[in-house]
Design a protein around this ligand. Structure first.
Ligand SMILES: [Zn+2]
Length: 348
C-alpha cells in the first residue's frame, strides 16, 4: 500500500508540473482530492479492509499525502496569479493591470529621447575643458549676503553696481547674486592655496529684457591662486580655453580694463566666429567680440579672506554662458534660450 501511495505522490507531482493553466490545476485537484472518486479518497475507503497492523500507518500516510497535494495545488495556483499580474504591470508602472496577459511581441510605444538644454551643454563642455586643467567645480548659493556679492570683492559702497536698479535686493542685506564671483570668496574662506576652481551658476540683474539681455543668465567664474601665479599664466589658461571651445584658428585680443576685484584687469576679445573677422552685425563691424573679463586678483581681496598678498598671487576670470553659446552657434536672441520652444531646443 505504501508503494501505491508513493506512486500517487510522483504522479500528482508530474501532473502539476505539466499543468499550464488554472483550469487544468482545477481538474487535477478533482482527480486527486475529489470527495467522489478522488484518488486519495479511494485509498482511504479501502483502509478498513486492510490487515489491522497496516491500517493506522496507511491512514496517516494517506492523510499526509492529501495535505501535501493540496499544498502543491495552492502553490501552483498562486504561481499563475503572480506571473500574470507581473507581466501586465512590468512594462510600464503607469499602466493599470487589466488582469490579462501582457503580449511581449507587441510593438512598444515610442518615447522620443530627451536632451540637454544648449546652455547646460555649454556649461558641461566648459567644465570638461577646465577639468583637464585640474580645476575643481564649485557651487554657491543664489541668494547671497551683500558681503559676498560686494564687500569681500573690494566693491566700494558707492559703486554703481550696488544701486537698486542693478541688483535685486531681498532686504536684510540679502540679495540675488549678480555675479558668481561670490563663490570665489566662499571657497577661499574655507581652503588654503593652491586653488584652481571654476564656479558655474545663475546670476540675476534687473536688466530690461532684449535680444542681448535677460534678468537671469548664467556665468562661469574662474580662479587660480598659488605662489608665483602671473599674468602669463592667465593668458595661457584663457587662450587654451578659447581655442578648445571655439577652435584652434581663433584669434585673441587682451584689452586693458577695470574691475574692482582685479588689478590689472583685461577684457578679452576673440575674432568674430560669424564673419571670421571681416565685420558683421554681431561684432558691430569690428571683427572682434568680447567673451571674457579677467585680471590678477586684487591684494585687498586676499587680505579679506586672510591670504598673505605678499606670498600669493592669482588670477580670476568670468564669462557669460549665454554669450558663449550664442557666438558658437550664431544665435542672435538670448530670449530663445528661455522660451522653451522645442523647435529651437531640438536643434542642439
Ligand atoms: Zn562678425
Amino acid at each position: 500500500m505504501q508503494e501505491k501511495l508513493s506512486e500517487i505522490q510522483n504522479q500528482a507531482k508530474d501532473d502539476l508540473a505539466n499543468a499550464d493553466s488554472p483550469e487544468e490545476v482545477e481538474k487535477i485537484k478533482t482527480r486527486y482530492l475529489g470527495r467522489k472518486g478522488g484518488v486519495i479518497n479511494e485509498i482511504i475507503k479501502v483502509i478498513p479492509g486492510l490487515p489491522p497492523e497496516q491500517r493506522s500507518s496507511t491512514g496517516k500516510s494517506a492523510n499526509i499525502l492529501k495535505n501535501e497535494i493540496g499544498k502543491w495545488i495552492e502553490e501552483k495556483k498562486e504561481g499563475f496569479n503572480t506571473s500574470s499580474e507581473g507581466s501586465v504591470t512590468l512594462p510600464s508602472p503607469g499602466v493599470k493591470s487589466t488582469g490579462g496577459v501582457f503580449d511581449v511581441s507587441l510593438p512598444g510605444e515610442h518615447k522620443p529621447y530627451g536632451r540637454k538644454h544648449p546652455l547646460t551643454q555649454t556649461i558641461d563642455e566648459i567644465k570638461e575643458i577646465f577639468r583637464k586643467l585640474c580645476f575643481d567645480i564649485e557651487y554657491g548659493p543664489e541668494v547671497e549676503h551683500e558681503y559676498y556679492n560686494f564687500d569681500a570683492l573690494n566693491i566700494p559702497a558707492d559703486h554703481p553696481s550696488r544701486e537698486d536698479f542693478d541688483t535685486f535686493y531681498l532686504g536684510n542685506k540679502r540679495l540675488l547674486r549678480s555675479q558668481t564671483s561670490t563663490v570665489q570668496i566662499r571657497v577661499m574662506e574655507k581652503k588654503k592655496p593652491p586653488i584652481r576652481m571654476i564656479a558655474p551658476g545663475k546670476v540675476f540683474r534687473p536688466d530690461t529684457v532684449d535680444a542681448r539681455h535677460a534678468s537671469m543668465f548664467h556665468q562661469i567664474e574662474g580662479l587660480m591662486v598659488d605662489e608665483g601665479v602671473s599674468f602669463s599664466d592667465l593668458k595661457y589658461v584663457l587662450t587654451l580655453f578659447a581655442q578648445s571651445y571655439f577652435g584652434q584658428d581663433i584669434k585673441m585680443r587682451f584689452r586693458p580694463s577695470f574691475f574692482p576685484f582685479t588689478e590689472p584687469s583685461a577684457e578679452i576679445d576673440i575674432s568674430c566666429s560669424i564673419c571670421n573677422g571681416k565685420g558683421c552685425s554681431v561684432c558691430s563691424q569690428s571683427g572682434w567680440v568680447e567673451v571674457l573679463g579677467a585680471g590678477m586678483v586684487d591684494p585687498n581681496v586676499f587680505e579679506t579672506v586672510g591670504y598673505d598678498p605678499e606670498k600669493y598671487t592669482g588670477f580670476a576670470f568670468g564669462m557669460g554662458v549665454e554669450r558663449l553659446t550664442m557666438l558658437k552657434y550664431g544665435i542672435d536672441n538670448i530670449r530663445l534660450f528661455f522660451e522653451n520652444d522645442l523647435r529651437f531646443l531640438s536643434q542642439f
